[in-house]
Design a protein around this ligand. Structure first.
Ligand SMILES: [Zn+2]
Length: 156
């Protein structure tokens, strides 16, 4: 008896799912401070005192709620970085640029952001955020982190 292989059927389509997300009290305060005051707020954990940036509602270390907001930075230290030499879909910047892991002054955690492709962006480098003129309450209200002292110069 011959077993007939089933025919594979493929359907092509596209799912789009626009949505509105309520940021909540803690993330909302973080984003509002970026937009309205060009300030970066950390959330302070009620349980262990960790200052978390970007601020979130609950501590990843001990699961306690964040019950206080505290200004951090604006300067920070590059903890790690990666160069993006080629463009890719939905990249945050035209290539080349760098992803950076920045620990802001007064923060106990590091945040991922972007930086220009500048040779001064290295582990241990001091960087400062450059805010966009038009801000909308988003992490991208910080355009990028630039080497302390400004842009320009510096090669690998
Ligand atoms: Zn904690």
């Amino acid at each position: 008896m011959e077993i007939k292989q089933p025919e594979l059927v493929y359907l092509e389509g596209e799912n789009r799912c626009p949505y509105t997300w309520s940021t909540g009290e803690t993330v909302g305060a973080f984003l509002t401070a970026l937009r309205d005051h060009r300030k970066i707020l950390g959330g302070v954990c009620a349980g262990c005192g960790t200052v978390i940036v970007p601020a979130v509602s609950y501590c990843e270390a001990c699961a306690s709620p964040v019950d206080e907001m505290r200004e951090v930075g604006p300067k920070g230290v590059v903890m790690s970085w990666a160069r993006v030499p080629e463009p890719f879909d939905d990249a945050p910047l035209p290539a080349p640029f760098r992803y950076v892991l920045v620990r802001l002054s007064g923060s106990d955690t590091s945040m991922v952001h972007v930086a220009p492709d500048d040779g001064r962006i290295k582990v241990g480098a001091i960087v400062t955020p450059e805010f966009r003129e038009e801000r909308r309450g988003s992490i991208t209200d910080i355009k990028w982190f630039v080497p302390d002292g400004g842009q320009g110069g510096g090669d690998d």
